[in-house]
Design a protein around this ligand. Structure first.
Ligand code: ZN
Ligand code: ZN
Length: 308
C-alpha cells in the first residue's frame, strides 16, 4: 500500500517534470508549423502567383493580405498566453468575509471548528496543503506549475503555461485565430493539393510540391482539431465555467457564476467592444471588473445578495 503510493507519487512527479521539459520544444514546434506553412503559402505558391497577372494576381494579393493579418493576430495572441502570468495567490491572502453576517475568520477559528466553513454564498473556504495557503474562489493547484493558479482552466503544453484568470481570453483568441488561419490556408492550398491527383503536369520543384502537400495536411488537421476545442470553449464561456469546473459541477444543476450569456462573455472578454478581438483589456474594465483580477467573482443574484 505504502510502496504503491510512493511509486505513484514518483510517476506523477516524473510526468510533471517531463511536461516542464517539453516547454521550449513546444514553442519551437509551433514556430516550426508556422514556418512550414509560411514557406508553402507565401514562398512556394502565392508569392510567385503575384506576377501571374490578371485575376490570379488579384486572388494572390487577397490571400496574402488575409494570411499575414491572421498570422500577426495569431502570434500576438500566442505570445500573450505564453508570457502572461495566469495569476497566483497573493501572499497572506484572506478571503473577504462579511462580518455583519457573523462569520468567523477561518484563520482565527478554533481548532474544533472545521476550516471548511460554509460562507454566505455556500462556498467553502478552501485550503491548499501543498502551498500552505487559503484558496480564493475558483482557484486550483496546478501540479505541473507547482502552485495555485487563479481560475485555473487547464495546463496547456502548447503554450508552456497554465491557462487561468489573467490569460484565458488570450488563449481563446489564440484558438480563434488559429482556426481562421488554418482554415484559410487549407482552402488556399486545396487547388494545389487536388492537382496532385490529376493527370495535369504539376509546375514546381519536388521540394516545393512536398512542402505544399505537407502544409495542406498539417493545416487541415489543425483546423479540424482546433474547431472541436473552440466549440467546447465557446460553450464553457457561455456558461461561465472553466474546464476544471465543468468536470466538478456534474452533480449541481445550478451554477453560481452563471450571469446569463452576455455577462458571462463580458467576464472573460471585457465590456469594451474594440478590445474583444485583441489580447488586451481596457483600463476601464481592469478597474471596474473584479473578475479580471482573478480573486473575486460576481455570482447569481439568488446565490448572493451583494451588488456586483
Ligand atoms: Zn496550491
Ligand atoms: Zn500549470
Amino acid at each position: 500500500m505504502y510502496r504503491s503510493g510512493v511509486v505513484m507519487a514518483w510517476n506523477v512527479f516524473k510526468f510533471c517534470t517531463a511536461l516542464r521539459g517539453l516547454g521550449s520544444i513546444m514553442i519551437l514546434l509551433v514556430l516550426g508549423v508556422v514556418g512550414v506553412t509560411y514557406y508553402a503559402v507565401v514562398l512556394c505558391n502565392y508569392g510567385p502567383a503575384l506576377t501571374a497577372g490578371g485575376f490570379d494576381s488579384l486572388v494572390a494579393v487577397l490571400i496574402l493580405i488575409v494570411f499575414h493579418a491572421l498570422l500577426a493576430m495569431l502570434l500576438w495572441s500566442y505570445f500573450s498566453v505564453v508570457f502572461t502570468d495566469p495569476g497566483g495567490v497573493p501572499p497572506n491572502y484572506r478571503p473577504l468575509i462579511d462580518q455583519e453576517r457573523g462569520e468567523m475568520d477561518p484563520l482565527e477559528a478554533s481548532e474544533s471548528v472545521p476550516l471548511a466553513t460554509p460562507d454566505s454564498t455556500h462556498t467553502r473556504i478552501r485550503y491548499c496543503r501543498k502551498c500552505n495557503q487559503l484558496k480564493p474562489p475558483r482557484c486550483h493547484h496546478c501540479s505541473v506549475c507547482g502552485r495555485c493558479v487563479l481560475k485555473m482552466d487547464h495546463h496547456c503544453v502548447w503554450v508552456v503555461n497554465c491557462v487561468g484568470a489573467l490569460n484565458y481570453k488570450y488563449f481563446l483568441l489564440f484558438l480563434f485565430y488559429t482556426f481562421l488561419e488554418t482554415t484559410v490556408v487549407t482552402a488556399a492550398l486545396l487547388p494545389r493539393f487536388i492537382v496532385f491527383f490529376s493527370d495535369e503536369e504539376i509546375p514546381g520543384s519536388p521540394s516545393t510540391l512536398a512542402t505544399t502537400f505537407f502544409a495542406f495536411v498539417l493545416n487541415l488537421a489543425f483546423a479540424l482539431s482546433v474547431f472541436g476545442f473552440l466549440i467546447m470553449h465557446i460553450s464553457l464561456v457561455a456558461a461561465n465555467t472553466t474546464t476544471i469546473e465543468a468536470y466538478e459541477k456534474k452533480t449541481t444543476a445550478r451554477w453560481r457564476y452563471d450571469l446569463g450569456r452576455k455577462r458571462n462573455f463580458e467576464q472573460v472578454f471585457g465590456t469594451v467592444k474594440s478590445y474583444w478581438f485583441i489580447p488586451a483589456y481596457s483600463d476601464e474594465d481592469l478597474r471596474r471588473m473584479p473578475a479580471l483580477q482573478g480573486l473575486e467573482y460576481p455570482t447569481k443574484p439568488d446565490f448572493d445578495t451583494q451588488e456586483f
